[in-house]
Design a protein around this ligand. Structure first.
Ligand code: C2E
Ligand code: CA
Ligand code: CA
Ligand code: CA
Length: 282
């Protein structure tokens, strides 16, 4: 029985049982996903707002399971973190993304590749003092220029184990790799970290962009973030841009970059290459 409140016990219901079963099944399959080569990366363009050119691609993982079909990251990243599978999966993501970016670089399309590092992934790596090694190994192996790699971390990473986190990020930064703060504005954090950590980019969370055309509060928040990023010399990417009117508002702010369905959904490598070739020709 699971204890809910003081004298309040609830026994596992059939629904909970099947949820538990689903989780077990997911875990079983996830353990084999790497070996069976079921993981793929999709890529979503990051676009310079004033000229429409692609300056980067964010790598987003998808899992094509033989039994369950396509599983989205929100459904398995948490499980991967809990089981520790995030370590080999994260290394695979980094390796695959950098290899792709190197191929684009060699093809005359040197764009940045942005790779997500979740909080628990970061700290697991850090405990094992592995993160820096993994990044170094991947850069060496793929021969990608470090400036073309950007790691997307969340505010929560910056709030834990301050000293070691700062050390790790400084070391990564010294390699020339860029660091970006994902989902900016959604974490419970103080802004003081913006001056303490070696950051390059802030990504305004899509929840602020969604109603930017109608919601005065969201407009105020995005204007304030834009002004602040400008002053701090941080690049700013607006996430979740879905239509022209959102873009028009962002263009009027000091927000130089956008990402979202308006430009493109995340797409497989082939399609991403085609988008890049178009962007270069433009
Ligand atoms: P995120 O890093 O914030 O990624 C952005 C999410 O927003 C992606 O969902 C993307 O498909 C979606 N998105 C992009 N443009 C739009 C738009 O215009 N409107 C809306 N409504 N959504 C948009 P996705 O691919 O399902 O990924 C969800 C989350 O899973 C990511 O959020 C990230 O936190 C995590 N994730 C994805 N790939 C990886 C990975 O390789 N490693 C780790 N650690 N986490 C990952
Ligand atoms: Ca991200
Ligand atoms: Ca985000
Ligand atoms: Ca997210």
């Amino acid at each position: 029985a699971k204890k809910l409140g003081k004298n309040n016990y609830q026994f596992f219901t059939p629904e909970m049982n099947s949820a538990a079963q689903h989780y077990l099944k997911l875990e079983h399959h996830l353990r084999q996903a790497l070996e069976l080569e079921e993981l793929v990366l999709h890529y979503q363009p990051q676009v310079k707002i004033d000229n429409g050119c692609i300056i980067g691609m964010e790598a987003l993982i998808r899992w094509h399971n033989h039994a369950m079909g396509i599983v989205m990251p929100d459904q398995f990243i948490g499980l991967a973190e809990e089981t520790g599978l995030i370590v080999p999966i994260g290394a695979w993501v980094l390796q695959t993304a950098c290899k792709q970016a190197r191929a684009w670089q060699l093809a005359g399309m040197p764009i940045r590749i942005a790779v997500n590092l979740s909080g628990r992934q970061f700290h697991r790596f850090q405990d094992q003092r592995q993160l820096l090694d993994v990044v170094l190994d991947v850069l060496k192996e793929t021969e990608l220029s470090p400036e073309l790699l950007e790691l997307e971390i969340t505010e929560s990473i910056l709030m834990h184990k301050l000293d070691t986190t700062l050390d790790t990020l400084n070391q990564i930064k010294q390699l020339g790799v860029r660091i970006s703060v994902d989902d900016f504005g959604t974490g419970y954090s103080s802004l003081s970290y913006l001056k303490r950590f070696p950051l390059d980019t802030l990504k305004i969370d899509k929840s602020f962009v969604k109603d930017i055309c109608t919601d005065a509060n969201d407009r105020a928040i995005v204007s304030a973030i834009s002004a602040m990023a400008g002053q701090l010399k941080l690049e700013l990417v607006a996430e979740g841009v879905e239509d022209q009117s959102q873009l028009d508002f962002l263009g009027g702010q000091q927000c130089n970059y956008g990402q979202g369905y308006f430009f493109s959904k995340p797409v497989p490598a082939e399609q991403a290459s085609a988008l890049l070739r178009q962007s270069v020709l433009q």
